[in-house]
Design a protein around this ligand. Structure first.
Ligand code: ZN
Length: 338
């Protein structure tokens, strides 16, 4: 059968069509039908009795979230949510943003069997993450959380966005070394005291290095927002911004499907560990401290060789100050600031 990178590329190309998936546009309807077909192909159980589609409106605009349920052994437990947005910001393929994460979500959904895990797993593809809906009441993940879920809450949420590309440094361009290209960031480990150990106990596949950063280094960048503000354990995976972010040039041919496959394998392993670890409500003493500084520093030190850090004018981080310096460099090199 096809390899994982081949399957992911096939999914990205199926969703990332030239006219895009903007709310209210014809391409959005095409994407909706495609998601229905994918959930059906995987024989997933609909999350709601009415089916995979969870329609809602805001003003005169119609939106649709999609959700499926992989039942666990103990339905009294709060489910784990694996989610990503499927809408596009412009009328263009938007492959990295966010067809790549939709592909990851579908691939992982295909690997989890009913009653394999103790917890139910919700497979959620959210509408309306992009502006002008971002962080507003019509944002798909916010609407899902506020009015489309049951009262069991969430054991943990795993969200991904912008995970299909190699990390590149603007000053290095095509000469960006492999140690930088292979990076993926996992944010939110500070949302529960058990998360750093879960991340450390989940080895990354070869060719991938996952650094952990606290979420407050950037404003909430995606659908993990609503889980964070409601104090659920969450992790957000992203390779950050790149030159094709929100551009017509964010096309399927520019993605690295081998890296996307490695991120998919790692996220799958993380999900299994999360579902197998009790995550009791954490105490307030965790708040206001900086419990993940050493963890974040260690992950960076492990991911980036010290000679490379030196070349970038940085030292091996051992504390929050060292992580700050590294992140400052990363943001300057990868974000479009103007
Ligand atoms: Zn976007």
């Amino acid at each position: 059968m096809h390899s994982v990178p081949e399957r992911l590329e096939y999914l990205v190309r199926g969703l990332a069509l030239p006219r895009g998936r903007r709310v209210g546009k014809p391409g959005h309807r095409t994407a909706e039908k495609w998601i229905e077909a994918q959930f059906t192909r995987l024989a997933l159980m609909p999350y709601a009795e009415t089916g995979y589609a969870l329609p809602y409106t805001s003003g005169r605009t119609h939106f649709t979230n999609y959700a499926a349920l992989i039942p666990g052994r103990d339905q009294s437990l709060a489910p784990v949510l694996l989610g990503a947005h499927y809408d596009s910001v412009i009328d263009a393929p938007c492959a990295d943003d966010n067809a790549a994460s939709v592909a990851l979500t579908l691939e992982i959904a295909s690997r989890i069997q009913p009653v394999q895990l103790r917890h139910d797993v919700i497979i959620a593809l959210f509408d309306a993450e992009e502006p002008p809906y971002f962080l507003g009441d019509a944002m798909g993940s916010i609407r899902f959380y506020e009015s489309q879920t049951d009262r069991r809450g969430f054991h943990a949420a795993l969200i991904s966005d912008l995970i299909g590309h190699d990390v590149g440094f603007r000053s290095l361009g095509a000469d960006t070394p492999e140690e930088i290209r292979r990076l993926v960031c996992v944010l939110g480990a500070e949302s529960h005291p058990a998360l750093p150990a879960i991340i450390d106990a989940t080895p990354t596949p070869s060719g991938l290095a996952a650094i952990a950063l606290r979420n407050s280094y950037a404003p909430d960048l995606s659908d993990h927002h609503i889980f964070r503000v409601n104090r659920h354990p969450y992790l957000f995976l992203s390779c950050g911004h790149w030159p094709h972010y929100h551009q017509t040039t964010d096309t399927p041919d520019r993605l690295n499907y081998t890296k996307l496959a490695a991120i998919t394998d790692w996220t799958h392993a993380l999900l299994l560990k999360l579902a197998g670890t009790p995550l009791p409500p954490h105490t307030k003493t965790f708040e206001g401290t900086d419990p993940t500084a050493e963890f974040e520093a260690t992950r960076i030190a492990r991911a980036i060789p010290s000679e490379l850090l030196k070349k970038l004018g940085l030292t091996v981080p051992t504390s929050r100050a060292g992580v700050d310096a590294f992140v400052g460099h990363l943001l300057r090199e990868t974000y479009e600031l103007g």
